[in-house]
Design a protein around this ligand. Structure first.
Ligand SMILES: [Zn+2]
Length: 344
């Protein structure tokens, strides 16, 4: 019996000593488990009451209860103390937290205006049953010129200032038209294909010229294809791009060696009713050169011009992007200026 009394007073001393050293919640939890849990020291002392006589129980029981209450109170007091300390530390941190300090911006990726319009054009042509083709940007003289009815020394070569490579006969393609030939070589009519891609010209850059720009080549070959098929296709495309059935087209004669007859298709300005800066007050915007595929080009593609005819056009994709989003400087399109690109 005196043993139990001794244990009770020792337990209290022991608890006080350990509690005084506690500096955080984890340590506090450890002493709670050691003293106050079901298998803890207090519970063990309670169990040791059992074999004692009634008188002894009457004496020690209240002592044990008192011990338990004291220890619980000390524990809770410490718990509050720690919470206050933690809050103070947190406040201290906040005190020196500069809300105006620089933080790196969250940058989100997105499609460039060029990709958005290219996808729009692709979707429109896919809905008309067209295939999409790709081709190399480094081309041979044959595919870029000769097969397109522009032999060596042909004056039409001067229309396209060319980047020639050090390797003889190799160049950066000046148009997406070489893909026509490559596609004809590998496919039999009827053919309906577009080829969007980057082209290169040896030009000084300014707001409306760049050494690289994007085109969409279009090619349609079947029996009895006429120029009206070309015009209907271009009209449908333009009306869908600008989402307006009111847009009309007009046709002027043109010259490109790979088509005969060649036409320049203009469309009525979707931005004004009586002239604006985009259409240079003319109400018409030049966009699409095209025509019926020259028999020589069909032959180069392995197609018999006495059986088949077709149309081809070269849509200025970069120009279309600039028109669609009212961009007035071509260099912005691949200038990687984030504040510009974020607008789209
Ligand atoms: Zn206009």
């Amino acid at each position: 019996m005196p043993e139990l009394k001794k244990d009770i007073s020792n337990t209290k001393k022991e608890f006080s000593v350990i509690l005084a050293k506690v500096t955080n919640e984890n340590e506090l939890e450890k002493i709670r488990l050691t003293f106050l849990s079901r298998q803890g020291k207090i519970a063990t002392l309670m169990k040791s009451l059992k074999p004692l006589s009634l008188d002894e129980k009457k004496e020690c029981g209240p002592l044990l209860n008192k011990l338990k209450q004291e220890i619980e109170l000390l524990y809770k007091t410490k718990q509050k103390e720690l919470a206050v300390q933690q809050a103070q530390q947190e406040n201290l941190k906040q005190k020196y937290f500069d809300v105006s300090a620089y933080s790196p911006n969250q940058l989100y990726g997105g499609l460039t205006p060029y990709s958005q319009v290219a996808q729009m054009v692709e979707d429109i042509f896919i809905s008309m049953g067209y295939d999409i083709a790709d081709g190399p940007e480094v081309e041979t003289d044959y595919y870029n010129f000769q097969a397109l009815n522009i032999p060596e020394n042909h004056p039409a070569r001067d229309m396209q200032d060319t980047f020639w490579l050090d390797v003889p006969g190799m160049l950066l393609r000046t148009q997406t038209s070489p893909i026509q030939i490559r596609y004809m070589e590998n496919n039999k009519p009827p053919i309906a294909v577009i080829a969007p891609g980057r082209t290169y010209r040896h030009e000084a850059t300014d707001a409306s010229h760049d050494f690289t720009f994007a085109q969409v080549e279009g090619l349609y070959i079947d029996k009895n294809v006429s120029i009206s098929h070309l015009l209907a296709t271009i009209k449908e495309l333009i009306q869908k791009i600008f989402d307006s059935k009111k847009i009309d087209i007009r046709v002027r004669p043109g010259y490109f060696p790979f088509v005969e007859p060649a036409v320049e298709v203009d469309f009525s300005c979707p931005f004004c009713k009586s002239g604006c800066s985009v259409c240079k007050q003319t109400r018409w915007i030049e966009l699409v050169p095209g025509g019926l595929v020259h028999p020589n080009v069909l032959r180069h593609g392995g197609i018999d011009p006495s059986k088949y005819s077709g149309f081809a056009f070269g849509l200025g994709l970069t120009r279309l992007v600039m028109l669609k989003y009212a961009i007035n400087d071509i260099r912005l399109l691949h200038g990687n200026k984030v504040d510009f690109l974020q607008q789209f």
